[in-house]
Design a protein around this ligand. Structure first.
Ligand SMILES: [Zn+2]
Ligand SMILES: [Zn+2]
Length: 451
């Protein structure tokens, strides 16, 4: 019995800065998203998301970066918050920081990192999506979290409630960012109204949609639980796709024409996949796997064991996978989209380069060619914002420099440039003539007082 008290057996948990909150529904298709987890961490410490990001996450992220970070970096977190749940650098940053803050190691499942080799930016929804019926139920159960699966573009309904996921607030009709300064799970971050409702249950009445969505869920679940590694090279995927198509679709057995018809894609696209000259999107991979009735995992990793029979190919209903790309918009529709960016009150305003990408152009020049006036407006607004930001920064730094006169006096130190540098984090602004002049003035001023 005494061995129970052998102190080798008593291990105190390592202290963490934040409460080590356990993520919801790990290792299941219902796992919560990393942005949900961030909101719950904030809530459990009774601080806003904005305070958590600003005073804990950022200082941890930039602890060794002497350059520090700008307000822009801070705002970009919310702007690009969809990528926190995503599959690239941003997700890795947040995972690293949250691991340090909570002491919980395995939060990777709360992002799409595992599927990184299969995903492109377009596969992740930019705006926050939710199931109103889940939120309704969560209120009674006194738990609140958002599911990772809601953020995948190919998921349009939540199967358990057979209802469409929502992305606009029923009260203010606005979209929410995936994470915002004052996000609270279950509430609109714009107007603060509740997003739950049980009236939406079974608002999907299309059986083909149910079948298609079930297929998506099963495939995502299988891939997330598989041995697939997030660092698999894209070439491996390209090769597997090419081999699968070449083996099963040729003039002798199944025609590419038949497959293209069932998938509702151009034949040329399938030939590009065959020749490995085009990356296949996750949505296309899902459609292919649905049409041939073989899971993505089997297509990619068990391709040798599979042969496709002509009779097993089924069509996908065209309206279920409407391709919504700005590239396919008409000039007028593009103008409307552009005006939406111009009229939006998002802060900070988007850079022209960001707008260009969102509309689907490769360079600012090509956008300018069609919409010179709109481009000028967007650029001017961004410049004004940058100038204002710089002026504010300069003002704060000047105030801090002025304060040095009295602190140097109190500390009995000589007020010179190196003293100021030791007190005020000036960085690149040191070359700014306005700051340099101010430093000179403060030093001269104090000498005058001294004599
Ligand atoms: Zn639901
Ligand atoms: Zn609202």
């Amino acid at each position: 019995m005494l061995t129970l008290w052998n102190d080798e057996n008593i291990k105190m948990p390592e202290r963490s800065i934040c409460y080590p909150l356990a993520p919801m529904y790990k290792a299941s298709i219902d796992v919560e998203s990393l942005t949900s987890y961030i909101q719950r961490i904030s809530e459990s410490h009774s601080v806003s998301v904005s305070s958590l990001v600003r005073y804990l996450i950022f200082p941890t992220l930039y602890v060794e970066d002497t350059q520090g970070y700008s307000y822009n970096d801070l705002y970009r977190v919310y702007y690009k918050s969809y990528s926190i749940n995503g599959f690239n650098q941003q997700a890795l940053f947040f995972l690293q920081v949250l691991k340090e803050l909570t002491g919980i190691n395995d939060l990777n499942d709360l992002t799409w990192l595992k599927l990184a080799p299969l995903l492109s930016q377009g596969d992740i929804k930019v705006a926050r999506h939710w199931c109103p019926a889940c939120i309704y139920e969560q209120k009674n159960e006194e738990i609140a979290y958002e599911k990772l699966i809601w953020s995948l573009k190919s998921i349009t309904i939540y199967l358990k409630h057979n209802c469409y996921l929502e992305s606009t607030c029923p009260t203010c009709k606005k979209e929410n960012k995936q994470l915002d300064l004052h996000s609270i799970i279950g509430y609109c971050s714009k107007c603060k109204n509740w997003l739950g409702s049980n009236l939406v249950i079974n608002n999907n009445t299309c059986e083909e949609n149910t079948d298609w969505q079930k297929w998506v869920y099963i495939n995502v679940d299988e891939l997330m639980k598989s041995e697939m590694q997030e660092f698999i090279k894209h070439d491996v995927i390209l090769d597997a796709m090419s081999n699968f198509l070449t083996k099963n679709f040729n003039p002798i057995n199944n025609s590419v024409y038949n497959l293209a018809n069932n998938m509702d894609v151009d034949r040329a696209v399938i030939f590009q996949w065959k020749s490995k000259s085009k990356k296949v999107s996750f949505e296309s991979l899902l459609i292919l796997s649905y049409c041939v009735n073989v899971s993505i995992y089997n297509i990619l990793f068990k391709g040798n064991e599979i042969s496709i029979n002509k009779n097993q190919i089924r069509p996908i209903k065209k309206t279920l996978v409407k391709k919504k790309s700005f590239i396919t918009l008409s000039i007028d529709e593009k103008r409307i989209a552009l005006n939406e960016f111009i009229n939006s009150d998002e802060y900070p305003p988007l850079k022209l380069g960001d707008v260009t990408k969102k509309i689907g152009y490769k360079s600012n020049e090509s956008l300018r060619e069609y919409f010179p006036d709109e481009c000028r407006l967007i650029s001017a607004r961004y410049k004004a914002y940058k100038a204002k930001e710089k002026a504010e920064k300069t003002k704060i730094i000047k105030q801090e420099i002025s304060k040095c006169a009295s602190t140097a006096f109190e500390e009995g130190k000589i007020l010179n440039k190196s003293y100021i540098q030791s007190k005020v984090k000036i960085g690149r602004q040191f070359v700014d003539p306005e700051i340099r002049d101010h430093i000179e003035k403060v030093i001269k001023g104090s000498l005058k007082d001294f004599h």
